[in-house]
Design a protein around this ligand. Structure first.
Ligand SMILES: Cc1cc2nc3c(=O)[nH]c(=O)nc-3n(C[C@H](O)[C@H](O)[C@H](O)COP(=O)(O)OP(=O)(O)OC[C@H]3O[C@@H](n4cnc5c(N)ncnc54)[C@H](O)[C@@H]3O)c2cc1C
Length: 204
């Protein structure tokens, strides 16, 4: 079985109907964690229909994402993950976007490792910001691959799994599905993932 472990963080996302906005002024980031890199900069999606100025943070570890989530909760802000910005719709930016810091996982959270390359029982782990093309390249160096992947490699594994992304390969009439592979959603391959979630007891 070719399994996939994803170090993914999940925070709520909402569909949106906002038009491109350039009128947003930077809200001050009060008490923002010193160790996390952040900048007020341009966010443009692949098709260019979203093109705004906004805060973007670049965590270097899962622990920094926790720090960001707790900071947002304590300071009436929101964080929202972004991958390689290939979504057609405005999943990342939405109406009432003013108090949001985007969390870009692609800059630093982009490592992976092979857990097992045993044929039929291979698995690897990957951080959420790693691109599909990097995953395929590194799998290839261990003589592994995925049966069906999205058309473009410039999408992050976190973004793909978050939206239920799928590969484009389909089995022909006489094809047998290779053991442990899928022709459906990439998430079918995930056997374990780590997520940032809200604990209603500690309120963090
Ligand atoms: C040219 C092109 C070809 C495409 N081909 C295919 C295809 O063959 N199959 C297919 O299924 N899709 C396809 N897509 C769509 C694309 O795969 C999805 O939009 C995918 O989500 C893009 O990943 P991303 O890294 O760009 O994510 P983004 O667009 O940056 O984010 C997408 C969503 O995922 C959320 N997200 C991102 N990272 C995380 C994370 N770590 N944790 C939780 N949520 C997260 C974001 O908040 C947002 O809601 C294509 C898009 C383009 C532009």
């Amino acid at each position: 079985m070719l399994g996939l472990l994803i170090f993914l963080f999940l925070v709520p996302n909402y569909f949106c109907e906002d038009n491109t906005r350039n009128d947003i002024r930077p809200v001050p980031l009060i008490n923002f964690p010193n160790s996390v890199k952040v900048e007020y900069t341009n966010f443009r999606n692949w098709a260019g229909e979203t093109n705004i100025q906004t805060w973007i943070a670049y965590p270097e570890s899962p622990d920094q994402i926790l720090q960001l989530a707790n900071w947002a909760k304590e300071n009436s802000m929101k964080i929202r993950p972004c991958g390689l910005r290939h979504s057609w719709s405005r999943l990342v930016t939405e109406k009432g976007f003013d108090n949001v810091v985007l969390v870009d996982t692609t800059k630093h959270l982009n490592k992976m490792g092979i857990i097992s390359s045993t044929p039929g029982n291979a698995s690897f782990w990957a951080e959420a910001g790693l691109s599909m093309v990097s995953i395929l390249e590194q799998l290839e160096s261990s003589n592994l691959s995925l049966a069906s992947v999205p058309t473009t490699g410039d999408v992050s594994i976190g973004g793909v799994v978050a939206v239920g992304g799928h590969g484009l390969g389909i089995p022909t009439a006489n094809d047998k599905k290779p053991l442990g592979h899928t022709f459906g959603s990439i998430s079918n391959l995930v056997i374990e993932f780590t997520a940032v979630v809200f604990d209603s007891t500690s309120k963090r």
